[in-house]
Design a protein around this ligand. Structure first.
Ligand code: HEC
Length: 109
């Protein structure tokens, strides 16, 4: 392989590598706060609702929360994603779950 070709291969490898990494809590944070959905919530129509419209931080910290494992956390994020028609891809759901886990749930993975 020529020197130039091996540099190109190296660049390709390093730019593709992050895709195989674990979920990214930083981009999850952005997704979580910046997603906009249209939704009627208790009779009020929102064109710019997001996750925070229904969930304050305390919601994830209440003693009777439903999420008790990391797998359940991902399932609930996916549930709200589907029910609300948010349109996140599975990678986005993983990123948001990683963010919520870092901030609130703190499960071992
Ligand atoms: C219209 C209101 C609403 C919005 C907006 C909403 N959710 Fe939910 N979410 C709920 C309800 C209701 C539950 C409880 C479901 C249950 O108890 O079965 C829930 C539960 C959850 C839980 C589990 C909480 C726990 O620990 O018990 C997570 C995680 C979650 N939602 C994530 C999200 C994310 C991420 C978004 C943004 C896409 C979002 N939700 C937007 C209504 C909402």
């Amino acid at each position: 392989m020529s020197y130039r070709a091996s540099i190109a291969a190296l660049i390709l490898l390093t730019s593709v590598a992050p895709l195989s990494n674990a979920a990214d809590a930083e981009s999850g944070k952005e997704l979580y706060h910046e997603v906009e959905i249209e939704r009627t919530i208790r009779g009020i129509e929102y064109t710019d609702a997001n996750c925070v419209t229904c969930h304050e931080a305390s919601f994830y910290q209440r003693s009777d929360r439903k999420v008790t494992t990391y797998a359940k956390l991902e399932a609930f994020v996916e549930g709200c994603n589907t029910n609300l028609d948010v349109g996140w891809f599975p990678e986005d759901v993983s990123d948001v779950a990683a963010y919520l886990n870092r901030e609130y749930y703190k499960f071992e993975k």
